[in-house]
Ligand binder design. Structure first.
Ligand SMILES: [Ca+2]
Ligand SMILES: [Ca+2]
Length: 201
């Protein structure tokens, strides 16, 4: 089938637009993230912060404190966040599984401002530090509401309860948000495609 240059241009631009819109599936973006993009409270023994995204549920990050702790990952650019899924540490004892009690998950923007925060997850009763609820190993699925965009994901243990925080693995299901310049180009492409398709109908 032959087509004029203008019609071909319209077809190509339209295809680009549909490709952008059609790539709407969320993917897991945290696994394998470089250590330099991860921050955390200092770790216990040989449980470095990057262990939480090494793809291996049996290798945890564990904070070296009995107080509050945090673990943070940069996604390098704005992302539409769908879900955060995490696992704790599981060495067969409730006390180790408890290292995911009393935590919140946050989405933060590039300036580190919190744009969304979960409820307190897996809380204990707040009275007796030894009377915690066994949260189990996981997966613990945290649904982030539609439309939340951020660059950093933070998991914080918010209450000193005698144990550090342990994360066997963290997954972030998200979709990169195009840079403004890309959006302008896509919009321009769509406009040109519509104009040319009308003229050559
Ligand atoms: Ca791991
Ligand atoms: Ca969601």
């Amino acid at each position: 089938m032959k087509c004029s240059n203008r019609v071909c241009l319209a077809v190509v631009l339209s295809a680009m637009c549909f490709a952008s819109v059609g790539n709407a599936a969320f993917i897991e973006v945290a696994e394998g993230t470089d250590d330099s993009l991860i921050g955390a409270t200092s770790s216990f023994g040989s449980t470095p912060k990057a262990n939480a995204v090494d793809g291996d549920l049996s290798t945890p990050y564990a904070s070296n404190t009995s107080g509050t702790s945090f673990w943070r990952i940069s996604l390098e650019g704005d992302h539409l966040i769908d879900e955060v899924i995490f696992w704790g540490r599981d060495h067969g004892t409730e006390s180790v599984r408890n290292r995911t009690n009393n935590i919140v998950v946050q989405v933060r923007d590039v300036g580190n401002t919190v744009v969304w925060e979960s409820d307190v997850l897996l809380p204990w009763d707040g009275v007796d530090p030894l009377d915690k609820i066994d949260p189990g190993f996981g997966p613990h699925v945290v649904d982030v509401p539609d439309g939340i965009v951020g660059e950093n994901i933070v998991i914080r243990k918010i209450q000193a309860d005698g144990d550090g925080m342990g994360l066997g693995e963290v997954q972030v299901w998200a979709m990169a948000v195009p840079e403004p310049s890309s959006v302008v180009l896509i919009g321009l492409g769509a406009s040109v495609a519509v104009i040319l398709s009308r003229r050559w109908r």
